[in-house]
Write a protein that binds this ligand. Sequence first.
Ligand code: OGA
Ligand code: NI
Length: 350
Amino acid sequence: MASTKVLVTDLSSGISQVPLNYVRPISDRPNHLAVQSSDHSIPIIDLQDLNGPNHSNIVKEIGQACEHDGFFQVKNHGIPEKVIESMLKVSKEFFQLPEGERLKIYSTDTSKTVRLSTSFNVKTETVASWRDFLRLHCYPLQAYVHEWPSNPPSFREDVAQYCTNVRGLTLRLLEAISESLGLQSDYMDKALHKHAQHMAINYYPPCPQPELTYGLPIHADPNAITILLQDDVPGLQVLRNGKWIAVNPTPNTFIVNIGEQIEVLSNGRYQSVLHRAVVNRNKDRISIPTFYCPSPDAVIKPAEELVDKEHPALYRSFTYSEYYSKFWNRGLTTEKCLDTFRAFENNLDA
Ligand code: OGA
Ligand code: NI
């Protein structure tokens, strides 16, 4: 009866093969042998002194990581270990709730502000992915917290604590990123207009044939910046120079990556890098990305200070809501959603 299950969490137990709709074409499988594994695959930046005398050096480090890697880790970020532990614990408890309890909030409607779903977008995709996810809007907190699951009982409190802390860290990073581009320190803050913060709690159950499918296929993040918390099970891989690099978990660090909106705002100087998540045979895995976003009405365009004769505007201006509906409707692919917002090449020397 496995095929009647909606969520992979419930489908995965007791099967020895993945159902056919999860099997990727041979040309698009996660060749685990070709993946490079290195602890220092992406820079790790110590934020301890971000507000101290070493400020400008740390800003420079952040700028270089954004420009060359698109991904970095941060340590001494100021978010208490207890807040992180509670977030991971309550997330795991949520996915251990009885199936019927979880299915109460199941939805495939991508416009819902709270929903449990599976894969990426079951309405538009042709091959499914080995992931369930709970998606929440979290800023402004008072507007959304009452919609969140009330089971497990500590869910709202633990998640609210976590979101508030991550928002604080994100605002510090946005300031540093603005400065690193030579912009006013509140540039990103203003560009995101009223701001929005979404979160996914990704749950990847053990998978009997991890070489045939993905947890999440290749994609670039659609938002401004992502702050990812992962548990102690590896799975995230980042594409660099055509090669996949595993970003293995380091306790008490977050992974930060540039999303497509900062790519536009920086006029392409900072790139949103393609990445994916693979699954494994023995362990379930939780990852919790915070997607920090512009508000839907924000008009996104390259910063004027970063546009000149040698650096023509690479993207046209658009509202975040226009971009966001396109992102969900087209599915995850190697071609970035942003490519459909490129400016005409009207600045070529002729
Ligand atoms: C995402 C993502 C990576 C992971 O949710 O956008 O890239 O490791 N997740 O789960
Ligand atoms: Ni992502």
